[in-house]
Write a protein that binds this ligand. Structure first.
Ligand code: PLP
Length: 406
């Protein structure tokens, strides 16, 4: 293991965040000292663990402004998404409703689940988005039928940071009697989440995107009026049989503490991230000719910034940035070099997608790091363009539109 990752500038917060040391400290006694099974009812070890889990439920519920009994622990947002979507579709299968509406820009964990349901005979609609990454409410209304059971739309897109019109979608769901599920992973701690106002029946969250440990997430399941789901892991009946298996106490405690920190000083943190992100965008757009932001600029969370750098490949920029960790438009999911399905749905040209970089700003980002990044991005793009024949042609006034890209 390399011992110098501390020297790296980490700007990939939408992919994951470091565990906050306060979170880690809070978790630590629950590994070796308070190791009890929270489901053991006959002795103090069980009671201590159970109390810790209860506290975690309370902190998470407070953060989401819901009831603790409306929270189910899962392994992360991917599992929450699948449990919510598949769980609702299968639970109400016999009602005669089998139609699910989602968008083309959802997280892969939602889209892959939807594809599977489609193969199993469910009816699916994937809504388009405009060039700003936002859905068309009229298209949504158009696609609703008397068979529509569930609408699943993420609050915030993880590649562009664009926010969907949650109020409006929620009102439509309420008026039509359709369940509304939202993947709120990138919204938690970054903007006000109003599950009640948005008429959300199910919502997914992940701990490791909010400075908690990896391997734990939450699914919000509305109790009033109640939404029911089919469970796939009844196990020993823990968590009301919705998601069996022994609750991983240290992870729960960590997720709870991460939410507690959000509860305590989120305003200041969001303000700081907004300022640094604004500085980064301004610095790059001013210094790198033709660079441009992807997605709606106003209606977005501050911590995600997606920028295109025409005439250079994102992969080459990312490599050239060396000690700065960013994501590219082509490699957002694992190691595939597929162009991002999100930017594609927004109508961004494949070549342009390949030249995009996602910057993610977070709790531990410093002003110095932002200054360093602006300079290094400017220099790297300049250096790559200096050796790019396309850039040379562009500067000589060749009409680039006429060139056939291969
Ligand atoms: C990271 C992420 C997920 C997956 O979360 P895990 O906890 O890693 O499963 C799902 N949706 C969005 C929007 C994400 O950003």
């Amino acid at each position: 293991m390399k011992d110098h990752p501390r020297e790296l500038v980490y700007l990939d917060y939408p992919a994951t965040t470091p565990c906050d040391s306060r979170v880690f400290e809070k978790m630590s006694p629950y590994f070796c000292t308070f190791f009890g099974n929270p489901h053991s009812k006959n002795h103090a070890h069980g009671w201590i663990a159970d109390e810790a889990v209860d506290d975690a439920f309370a902190s998470i519920a407070e953060c989401l402004r819901v009831e603790p009994r409306e929270i189910t622990f899962t392994s992360g947002a991917s599992e929450s998404n699948i449990l919510a979507i598949r769980g609702v579709m299968m639970r109400y299968k016999n009602s005669g409703k089998n139609h699910l509406i989602t968008t083309q820009t959802e997280h892969k964990s939602v889209l892959s689940c939807c594809r599977q349901l489609e193969e199993e005979g469910y009816s699916l609609t994937y809504l388009s988005v405009n060039d700003q990454g936002i859905i068309d409410l009229n298209e949504l209304l158009d696609k609703i039928t008397d068979k529509t059971l569930l609408i699943s739309i993420a609050v915030v897109n993880n590649e562009t940071g664009v926010i969907q019109p949650m109020n409006e979608i929620g009102n439509i769901c309420k008026n039509k009697g359709i369940y509304f599920h939202t993947d709120a992973t990138q919204a938690l701690g970054k903007m006000a989440i109003d599950i009640k106002l948005w008429n959300v029946a199910l919502a997914s969250f992940s701990s490791h995107k909010v400075y908690g440990p990896k391997g734990i997430g939450a699914l919000y399941l509305r109790k009033d009026p109640a939404v029911k789901i089919k469970s796939f892991l009844v196990g020993g009946g823990q968590q009301g049989g919705i998601r069996g298996g022994t609750i991983p106490v240290p992870l729960c405690v960590g997720f709870g503490e991460a939410c507690k920190i959000i509860n305590e000083n989120n305003g200041a943190e969001v303000e700081q991230i907004t300022r640094l992100s604004g500085k980064l965008v301004q610095g790059i757009l001013e210094n790198v000719p033709l660079s441009k932001m992807n997605g709606n600029v106003e209606n977005k969370v501050p911590h995600i910034v997606n920028i295109i750098f025409p005439f250079v490949e994102g992969e080459s920029i990312a490599m050239g940035l060396e000690d700065i960790c960013v994501a590219t438009g082509s490699a957002c999911s694992s190691s595939q070099l597929e162009p991002s399905h999100v930017l594609k749905a927004m109508g961004v040209d494949n070549v342009v997608i390949q030249s995009s970089i996602r910057f993610g700003i977070g709790r531990f980002t410093t002003e110095t790091e932002i200054d360093y990044t602006i300079k290094k991005v400017t220099d790297t793009v300049q250096r790559l363009r200096d050796i790019s024949p396309l850039w040379d042609m562009y500067n000589k006034g060749v009409n680039m539109e006429k060139i056939k890209w291969t």
